[in-house]
Design a protein around this ligand. Structure first.
Ligand code: FA5
Length: 339
């Protein structure tokens, strides 16, 4: 190939090759291709000048030196551009088709899941929702529920007192009083919410959730109470679960009962959770005490009713097989993600 042709070809391609270099390594191989001492294309041309006559030597010599200088300057410029830009590694390894980091989606807390399940079941049975304040007066939390100041039943609930007259409610039962004060029977409500007690161990926390239930009408019986709670417990746990009513004591119900279910862990064979008894205590209930009706000025000759109160954390622990109530409130994502 003639000197003219070779030169024209080199002049037309070198710059394109240089511009597509993405790394220092790419650039070095282009530099060697054109400027390399032994086999660089420009040096080959310079060596070939020796075979030309004087006139051509002058003409091509000047053009080749001009090309050499242009390539040298462009290589230096590109070098400083590549070393000051993003690292070659980033350019080489950045893959725009890889999926990005998925955001951490929030989801419903297990206590809220169980609370919603409980509410859904009672709503299906025709119960309305009622609420009351978490900061409660001594009257609603105790007095109106037949628990006077010197009554030993006050010791059953370790109370957070805010003043002589104000407490953090220790149970949802004061909502019974507020509802009955504001409306006449028939009443059929549940009252879900937070309650507070000075209590802390593997099965007790200072704040927990209860759902209160209250029905008042002209001919409500203990049989009604047993059938509503039996249906509820079968729906929330399993239709195979058995229920048991044991006599108990609450100042605001008479008679009162503790309700147990057959152990969901061992099918009543006896295990660590049910302490070998085959039964698990699940909630408190009873027929509304006439003393409570007189607090709200209901005629206890005309009306009867039943009430119950259950601990939501206790039900959640049994449903999910959790042995430490504090896990619900430590906000450990490894625990919470499982629900
Ligand atoms: C009461 O609070 C009564 N008000 C329930 C009631 C209502 C009876 C209406 C009759 C009629 P008790 O103190 O047993 O009852 O509490 C009810 C449930 O709350 C317990 O069965 C338990 O599951 C739960 N509970 C009590 N203390 C704690 C605590 N510190 N942490 C978590 N759950 C608790």
């Amino acid at each position: 190939m003639s000197m003219e042709k070779q030169l024209v070809e080199l002049e037309s391609v070198w710059n394109d090759e240089l511009q597509v270099c993405q790394s220092i390594e790419d650039l070095e191989s282009v530099r060697l291709k054109y400027l390399g001492r032994k086999s660089g294309l420009i040096h080959q041309l310079l060596r070939a000048l020796g075979t030309l006559d004087l006139e051509e030597k002058k003409k091509f010599g000047a053009r080749i030196n001009h090309l050499k200088q242009a390539v040298q300057e462009a290589v230096e410029q590109k070098q400083s551009h590549l070393s000051s830009g993003p690292s070659e590694k980033t350019i080489d390894t950045f893959d725009p088709t890889l999926p990005g980091k998925a955001p951490n989606n929030g989801h419903v807390h297990p206590i809220t899941i169980v609370m919603n399940d409980i509410i859904e079941i009672f709503r299906g049975m025709g119960f309305d929702l009622a609420t009351g304040p978490e900061v409660e007066t001594d009257y609603y939390n105790f007095e109106a529920l037949n628990i006077p100041k010197d009554h030993p039943a006050r010791d059953m609930q370790d109370t957070f007192y805010l003043s002589d007259d104000l407490v953090l409610r220790t149970h949802t039962s004061p909502v019974q009083i507020r509802v009955m004060e504001s409306q006449q029977p028939p009443i059929r409500i549940i009252a879900p919410g937070k309650v507070y007690r000075r209590d802390a161990d593997v099965s007790h926390t200072p704040m927990f959730h209860q759902v209160e239930g209250l029905i008042v009408d002209t001919s409500i019986t203990m049989g009604n109470l047993m059938s509503v709670l039996d249906q509820f417990l079968k729906e929330i746990f399993s239709k195979n679960v058995q229920t048991r009513f044991r006599p108990s004591y609450f100042s605001f119900t008479e008679p009162s009962a503790e309700v147990d279910i057959s152990c969901v862990f061992c099918s009543q064979k006896g295990c660590r959770v049910c302490k070998g008894s085959g039964w698990l205590e699940i909630l408190g209930a009873g027929m509304v005490d006439p003393a409570v009706f007189s607090s709200v000025k209901y005629d206890s000759e005309k009306f009867t009713g039943f009430a119950f109160g259950l601990g939501v954390e206790r039900i959640a622990m049994l449903k999910y097989g959790i042995n430490d109530i504090r896990l619900f409130f430590e906000n450990d994502m490894r625990f919470l993600r499982q629900f």
